[in-house]
Structures are given as structure tokens and as C-alpha cells.
Design a protein around this ligand. Structure first.
Ligand SMILES: NC(=O)c1ccc[n+]([C@@H]2O[C@H](COP(=O)([O-])OP(=O)(O)OC[C@H]3O[C@@H](n4cnc5c(N)ncnc54)[C@H](OP(=O)(O)O)[C@@H]3O)[C@@H](O)[C@H]2O)c1
Length: 319
């Protein structure tokens, strides 16, 4: 039997990204302290079906806004993956309370608890939203990890999720500098791929809409996507590689909406796809070169939409 790799904590365990991360961690012989907010809720049932879950997965009840609950989950861990954050699918009535506060104060709580428990490294799931909202970045230059979203610009454009992720990541770096905590951040673009959890997460919705809604016209946007399984691997890689440092943009493929629809149509001709596309001029380009240099690779583009559709079908979301 392979040796256990140590105990790590994953926050927001029931979510789309965290569920895949936990599945991969268990398969690599980690013992996982996984935080959930409502223990016993069927939305977490899938976690206990993962291989090795019965021996190596321990669920902790924790809200990231409640320091002592976070502390109990982090205690005894050598690594922490901070994944939990509100990811709204629509505009929210009270952004401060519903998005910003949990993202920012929640992250501070997780970092404080990690420092107190002498955790060796924290991997924080930030977002490309904390990178791309930067109107002063030169238009012809590919965005790398030096590019930060402009918080004032996010506020002015009422982009509360982008604001919250940017503020949370920058606060996390301030905390790490002050305290000496070993922190790595990973900034994924739009995450797609098969879902393990029984409920729909926000980033899955745009793909489902392309399959189901039969829209008259959609914008032919350039989408920067990454597969959820490749995100899980990126998080583990940045945790395990001693030389990992700083931020890592995590993106795999650029695809225009129309090409994506054509690809899906050639495999699944009978879904209710958009009928027309209007051209838009996308200027943002992102690079994951730094993550690739660390040893990350990603699956071919086609696997992600195909495996996504298969998982939506199985879960009944395409009926
Ligand atoms: N999906 C993407 O395209 C994408 C792209 C870039 C970055 N990210 C980042 O990846 C992370 C995971 O996103 P996801 O797509 O997996 O979203 P998700 O499925 O909605 O998962 C978010 C998780 O955060 C938890 N959470 C929210 N507020 C919490 C709180 N106060 N205390 C404890 N847990 C809380 C939720 O717990 P409950 O289940 O209890 O509600 C849920 O498990 C987030 O940090 C997100 O910003 C996602």
C-alpha cells in the first residue's frame, strides 16, 4: 500500500473545483480535512463515494467567516487549499455581505489559522478575475502574473466578484509578506468539465445555456477555458513543488463561442444551440507559461466540452 502523504485541508469541499481537488488528493494518498457548511446535506453526498474516502476523508463543519470553525479544520494539517468563496451566477443584492466579506475576511481567517497551525504551504484559489480587469495593461501585450485587476475599476464597473477576488488575493499576499507564511496563488480562467457535485455551479451555466436555450443570437466571444481536472492538478503541483512561488495563471485553451458550438454540434447534433453569432472584438490574452514551466500540462480542448456534456446528461441537466 502506498504511504500516506500527510494531512491537508480543503475549504468549500462541496463545490465544483474542490470536489475534483479532493478526489485527486485522495487518489494520491493524502488525508483530507474537508470543510462543509451544512453537514448532512445531500449536496455533499458525492464526497463520501470517492475512492479512499472512507479511510482518508474527514468532514469538518466550518464557515470561513467563523474563525474557530476554520481553526478546527486546519489544525494538524501540513497544507491548506483555500478554495471556498462565493461564486454568484447572477447579480447580488448586497455585494458587500454576500460576496466581498466572505471572500476577503474568509481568506484572512484561513491564512491566520494556517499560520497558527504551522502549515507548511497554503495554496489559494484566486481567479483570472484578479488579473484581467486592468484597463491600463498594454493592449498588444499578453497578460502574465504581473498584471493585477484594478480594484477601483472593478468597483466603478460594479464587478463585485472581480473586486472580491482581487481584494482577497492582494490581502493574502500582504498577510504572507508580513507573517512569512508560504503562500502560492492559482488564478484559473473559466473552469469547465464534468461535475461531481449534484447541484449546478455558476461557471457551468454558460455551457449549459449554449446546449439548451436555443438563443436567437449570442456574441461570438473568445473564451479562455480550463478543465476542472487540470485545475485540480495545477493546485496539487503548486502545493508539491518546493520551487513554486507567487501567482500562477491557469488557462488551457482559447476558443470562440461559434467554434465551440460547431464542435459540439458535430458530436451532439440535437441540442438546442444558438442560431446566430455577432462579432465582438476581444483583446485580452493570458499566458500560463509560468505554470507550464513548473511542469503543468492540460488535456486537449475537445475532452472538456465532451466530458462536460456527458456528465450533465448523466445528472439529468439536459433533459
Ligand atoms: N469555476 C470557475 O470558473 C472559477 C474560475 C476561477 C476561479 N474560481 C475559484 O474557484 C473556487 C471554487 O469555485 P467553484 O467554481 O468550485 O464554485 P462553487 O462550486 O460555487 O464552490 C464554492 C464553494 O465555496 C463555498 N463557500 C462559499 N461561501 C462560504 C463560506 N462563507 N464558508 C464556507 N464555504 C463557503 C461553497 O460552500 P457551500 O457548498 O456550503 O455553499 C462552495 O462549496 C472559488 O474560489 C472561485 O472563485 C472558479
Amino acid at each position: 500500500m502506498a504511504a500516506e502523504k500527510g494531512i491537508v485541508c480543503v475549504t468549500g469541499a462541496g463545490g465544483f473545483v474542490a470536489s475534483w481537488l479532493i478526489k485527486h488528493l485522495l487518489s494520491k494518498n493524502y488525508v483530507v480535512h474537508a470543510t462543509v457548511r451544512q453537514p448532512g446535506d445531500p449536496k455533499y453526498a458525492h464526497l463520501s463515494t470517492f475512492e479512499k474516502a472512507s479511510e482518508n476523508l474527514r468532514l469538518f463543519t466550518a464557515d470561513i467567516l467563523d474563525y474557530s470553525s476554520v481553526q478546527s479544520a486546519v489544525e494538524g494539517c501540513i497544507g491548506v487549499f483555500h478554495v471556498a468563496s462565493p461564486v454568484p451566477s447572477t447579480t447580488v443584492a448586497n455585494p458587500e455581505e454576500e460576496v466581498i466579506e466572505p471572500a476577503v475576511s474568509g481568506t484572512c481567517n484561513v491564512l491566520k489559522a494556517s499560520l497558527e497551525s504551522k502549515v507548511k504551504r497554503v495554496v489559494f484559489v484566486s481567479s483570472a478575475s484578479a488579473v484581467v480587469m486592468n484597463p491600463t495593461w498594454p493592449k498588444d501585450q499578453v497578460m502574465d502574473e504581473n498584471c493585477w485587476s484594478d480594484k477601483e475599476y472593478c468597483r466603478a464597473t460594479k464587478n463585485w466578484y472581480c473586486y472580491a477576488k482581487t481584494e482577497a488575493e492582494s490581502e493574502a499576499w500582504e498577510f504572507a509578506k508580513r507573517s512569512g507564511l508560504d503562500l502560492v496563488t492559482v488564478c484559473p480562467t473559466l473552469v469547465w468539465g464534468p461535475i461531481l457535485q449534484p447541484t449546478l455551479n455558476a461557471s457551468t451555466l454558460p455551457l449549459l445555456r449554449l446546449l439548451k436555450e436555443g438563443l436567437e443570437t449570442v456574441e461570438n466571444k473568445l473564451r479562455m477555458i480550463v478543465d476542472v481536472r487540470d485545475v485540480a492538478e495545477a493546485l496539487i503541483l503548486t502545493y508539491e513543488k518546493p520551487e513554486a512561488e507567487g501567482r500562477y495563471i491557469c488557462t488551457a485553451h482559447e476558443v470562440k463561442t461559434k467554434s465551440l458550438v460547431e464542435m459540439l454540434k458535430s458530436i451532439y447534433p440535437n441540442y438546442n444551440y444558438p442560431k446566430n453569432f455577432t462579432e465582438v472584438h476581444d483583446q485580452i490574452r493570458l499566458s500560463s507559461e509560468k505554470l507550464r514551466r513548473l511542469g503543468w500540462s492540460c488535456r486537449p480542448l475537445k475532452e472538456t466540452p465532451v466530458d462536460s456534456v456527458e456528465s450533465y446528461r448523466k445528472a439529468g441537466f439536459l433533459d
